[in-house]
Design a protein around this ligand. Sequence first.
Ligand code: GDP
Length: 200
Amino acid sequence: SQIKEVEFVKSSGRAKDCPKDDRPEFAILGRSNVGKSSLINALVRKKEVALTSKKPGKTQLINHFLVNKSWYIVDLPGYGFARASNAARTDWSSFTKGYFLNRDTLVAVLLLIDASVPPQRIDLDCANWLGRNNIPMTFVFTKCDKLKASKGKRPDENIRDFQELIRENYKQHPAWIMTSSVTGLGRDELLLHLSQLRNY
Ligand code: GDP
């Protein structure tokens, strides 16, 4: 299940411009600053594979990376930019929704959620939208190494609160994995999970 090789394939501005290919793919999605680039770099173990764009709200592209010549990691634009205009937000949702609803080779969405903060409305909305549309999803909680803020809760408490808040929307609760790009927590578990989903 290890990643030996990663190759950038394409940036697409529209869902219908994505590579025409039948190899399976996983889309990585989350709020800006959730730790997406760090997680991808930790998975790939190559600092120079700068897979993600660092321009919030500007670069709205679907980026395809081919792993071991056999499956894709798809980096989607982050959501919830405080400074993005309403137009940019609408744009985000229309094109990513198009991608989710029409991409036949999408095995699952990895929804990244920051475990160092309490449940965020925008993450819950996203999880519920994916759930309502029957899009397979795994919750990947990030920053699980973080100690609790002075008044905040611990990562495991935030995770429990998040799970509790979305529970009623799901017949079967999505799989979830705790990760940290700092300690490497969850890295092997996540890679194994992806290989199991591919072979399903
Ligand atoms: P992105 O905008 O989602 O790509 O987020 P980044 O990967 O750039 O990370 C945003 C911030 O969170 C950076 O300051 C990272 O150093 C920090 N960060 C990311 N992952 C972790 C983690 O697992 N643990 C801790 N403690 N900080 C993290």
